[in-house]
Write a protein that binds this ligand. Structure first.
Ligand SMILES: [Zn+2]
Length: 486
């Protein structure tokens, strides 16, 4: 009944608009989109260069706080709308000390990021590194550009509603790119896209809202108009605020999926490191499985369903018949907590630092309706056990100690796991081993120094470190990395 009333009211407002002479926008969605395409131009490819501020989505120091700021020295985007491909060459540096997100505190870092169709990858040096977890975000980024959103709306049976803002009419054109995102493009009286509001799946939040605004349109040649200012937010906080320095419509944009990316599969290997303890490694993120008397404990459910579901399947094979009763989450950064929803769907109790509880409960109660994930399909509710500074978990014979890593700059809800009998320490991001035989850095990494301080503060007797990035190493490697002998 409500729907009918709403439609009637919308119908009325459209009719009312059509009645007044000023706005030329009273048209159907296809008509508005045709006029927008005519006004903004229809480049098949485009290359543009920006600079300004960026923010690392998902990497807040404290859950619920803004994303940490980075300086975007240069962002060069090359888009091919015909092949649904995009290359982004980005040079950035961290602009604030806390939060991190994989970027070094000092110095610039260059990232080359690609998407084409259903594939995403990064290029480090000359090697393409498959990045299936980036596909959805990059597909979304590609199609919420000014020209991209017009094309996406045209092929997805968009609907239009007319609104009035500051005495001017705005056409709000809404559509869904199936399985990827839902968006509304706000088109002004000059038939320029002013703003795009969208919702897309997120491995932690279920679904997340993005708002992108475009301002100061200008002619950039070949009958194409492009904004000089782009601002974006995601999950309620800024993610991008840049000035467009250069635009080239119809620039060369040959982007092909490398063979290694097209053929890539998710790697899950389980290596026994002690009695009933396995290091479960992957291409970028690891987990650890510990067999207890009548259940399993898993440390870390990273990335998303695509990673954590095969990890869970592998872990269950290690101790047939035993359920994974607990999954310990190292910290709130999204790459490390992206599989926690998967763990909730599996029925496990999530062990996490107390500062994450409210944030996670809200996130895990949010359904992914655009592309339902395991948690949404399971309909399960999260069971969370919190850790303040320390939690001991035991089955009578084996004990696990979960400790908070204090006073670091990486994340406020930072946990490590210590197995006293086996003298093993499991940690993420506080220390990632350098390649074998690499010399220690001239200036020790602050996170490494902080980890050493915490190990010494707690008097932990550690033989080996099982890092959630990289390979298993003796404790002496950590000490060498901070310029100390052990
Ligand atoms: Zn982290």
């Amino acid at each position: 009944m409500f729907d009918k009333i709403l439609i009637a009211r919308l119908g009325l407002s459209c009719a009312a608009l059509a009645f007044f002479p000023a706005p030329a926008l009273a048209d159907d969605a296809a008509g508005v989109l045709r006029r927008a395409a005519a006004a903004m131009g229809e480049p098949k490819t485009i290359r543009y260069v920006t600079e300004g501020a960026g923010y690392t989505f998902g990497q807040a120091f404290t859950p619920g706080m803004p994303w940490p700021k980075i300086t975007v020295h240069s962002q060069i985007r090359t888009i091919n709308y015909d092949t649904a491909s995009m290359r982004e060459e980005i040079t950035l540096s961290r602009a604030e000390p806390k939060g991190g997100g994989g970027y070094p505190l000092a110095g610039q870092q260059r990232n080359d990021q690609f998407v084409s169709g259903a594939y995403a990858w990064n290029v480090a040096g000359t090697n393409p590194v498959p990045g299936p977890r980036f596909v959805n975000d990059r597909v979304h980024q590609l199609w919420v550009t000014p020209h991209g959103v017009i094309r996406a709306a045209m092929r997805n049976k968009a609907i239009v509603q007319f609104q009035t803002k500051d005495g001017k009419s705005i056409a709000a054109v809404s559509f869904t790119e199936p399985g990827r995102f839902a968006a509304t493009a706000f088109i002004n009286e000059d038939y320029l896209v002013e703003r795009v509001e969208s919702r897309l799946p997120d491995a932690v939040l279920g679904e997340v809202t993005a708002v992108i605004s475009f301002a100061e349109y200008r002619d950039v040649g070949a009958g194409v108009k492009f904004p000089a200012r782009i601002r974006q937010s995601q999950g309620g906080f800024p993610t991008l605020d840049v000035v467009v320095k250069e635009v080239k419509p119809d620039a060369p944009a040959e982007i092909t999926v490398p063979d290694a990316v097209a053929k890539a599969t998710e790697r899950v290997t389980a290596d026994k490191v002690a009695e009933s303890v396995w290091f479960v490694a992957g291409a970028s993120h690891n987990s650890v499985a510990i067999e207890m008397k009548d259940h399993l404990v898993m440390v870390e459910a990273p990335l998303n369903d695509g990673r954590s579901a095969p990890v869970i399947a592998e872990v269950k094979k290690l101790a047939p018949g035993k359920p994974i009763r607990f999954v310990i989450n190292s910290h709130s950064h999204f790459d490390h907590s992206g599989g926690v929803r998967t763990a909730v769907a599996e029925g496990a109790t999530i062990v996490t630092q107390a500062g994450n509880k409210a944030y996670f409960e809200k996130a895990f109660a949010t359904k992914n309706r655009i592309n339902p994930d395991r948690l949404t399909k399971s309909g399960k509710k999260a069971k969370i056990r919190t850790v303040g500074d320390k939690l001991e978990m035991t089955d009578g014979t084996r004990t696990l100690e979960v400790h908070r890593i204090r006073n670091g700059g990486h994340n406020d809800t930072f946990l490590m796991v210590y197995l006293p009998k086996e003298k093993l320490l499991i940690e993420a991001d506080a220390y990632t081993p350098l390649p074998p035989n690499a010399p220690p850095p001239a200036t020790p990494n602050a996170n490494n120094v902080n980890l050493v301080e915490n190990i010494e503060r707690l008097n932990l007797s550690v033989d080996r470190i099982l890092p959630l990035h990289g390979r298993v190493v003796p404790l002496s490697d950590l000490y060498a990395a901070v310029g100390r002998k052990r």
